[in-house]
Design a protein around this ligand. Structure first.
Ligand code: G
Ligand code: G
Ligand code: NA
Ligand code: MN
Length: 253
């Protein structure tokens, strides 16, 4: 497999790039931050999506290096935005591998300090299935990240099997409703009932709710009527380069 060999040198050759997808505040319609989503500009294949190369990175022991790069690049970009007068927040996806890294939080602290940013500008997204798979590592990492001042977010909620007792104990601040529920919102009363219940549950536990995969005005309107706190999806913006996001955020202001 050639791609595995190429991925090893992709980091050194700066072929990786972070795209950013805005999250929108439900009440004000203003941008609250952006999720960092990795892309690979392959010299021959062109733009390669993470769905292709993240599994390869996981299989060949490259996911650690990839995760470290994402973290460092997010902090570097946050500093650049601050220098431009833009107070952006960035959400970073963490893999199960990173969650189990002994030095994850030290590494984050080092990146944050070296770029002179505040850890509160970072959100860490961990999928529900990963969070429930290794509850001990999750609980420890979540507590440390929260202590650092970052926001912890449970991603793709609704696709895993959560214990409500455990969910209640997790020091998370945000819950992202999986886009499969959002997609069906305007056609399925079942999806509507599930999303309504999830938002109420999350609010009862003191969590802010983000809906991902919002593609239509009708989905947005339903989510707002259900008191969803933040919205993300193609209806507002697709993931874009940092340069494009800078313009987007300034126009939005
Ligand atoms: O647009 P999208 O194709 O970017 O992302 C596909 C999947 O890849 C999503 O599940 C997303 O969470 C994951 N992903 C994107 N960027 C990163 C990253 O930097 N780290 C990890 N671990 N996963 C990512
Ligand atoms: O698993 P995670 O939630 O991190 O994945 C984010 C993924 O969802 C990325 O691949 C991103 O490109 C994609 N995405 C973001 N907004 C939308 C949307 O409105 N519709 C669809 N179909 N995908 C979206
Ligand atoms: Na995510
Ligand atoms: Mn998600």
């Amino acid at each position: 497999l050639e791609i595995q060999h190429d991925l090893r040198s992709a980091i050194e050759r700066s072929e990786l790039e972070l795209y950013y997808q805005p999250k929108i505040d439900g009440k004000s319609g203003q941008i609250t931050g952006a999720e960092a989503l990795i892309r690979w500009h392959h010299p021959k294949r062109g733009l390669v999506m993470p769905g292709i190369f993240i599994p390869v990175a996981e299989r060949f022991g490259l996911i650690g290096a990839l995760g470290n790069w994402v973290l460092e690049e997010s902090c570097r970009q946050l500093r650049e935005w601050l220098d431009q007068g833009l107070r952006m927040r960035v959400a970073v996806n963490l893999s199960v591998h990173q969650l189990r890294q002994e030095d994850l939080v030290q590494r984050i602290r080092r990146s944050v300090e070296s770029h002179r940013i505040d850890a509160s500008l970072l959100t860490f997204e961990i999928t529900e299935s990963v969070a429930m798979e290794d509850t001990q590592a999750t609980m420890k990492a979540f507590a440390q990240l929260a202590h650092l001042g970052s926001t912890v977010s449970i991603d793709d909620f609704g696709t895993g099997y959560s214990s409500l007792a455990y969910l209640r104990k997790l020091p998370a601040r945000q819950l992202k409703i999986d886009r499969s529920f959002v997609m069906d919102l305007d056609t399925s009363t079942d999806a509507l009932a599930v999303v309504d219940a999830v938002i109420k549950l999350a609010h009862a536990l003191g969590l802010r709710v983000v809906a991902e995969g919002v593609e239509t005005a009708r989905q947005r309107d339903i989510l707002l009527s259900l008191n969803c706190d933040e919205l993300q999806g193609y209806f507002f913006a697709k993931p874009m380069s940092a340069a494009k996001l800078t313009l987007w955020a300034m126009v939005d202001d």
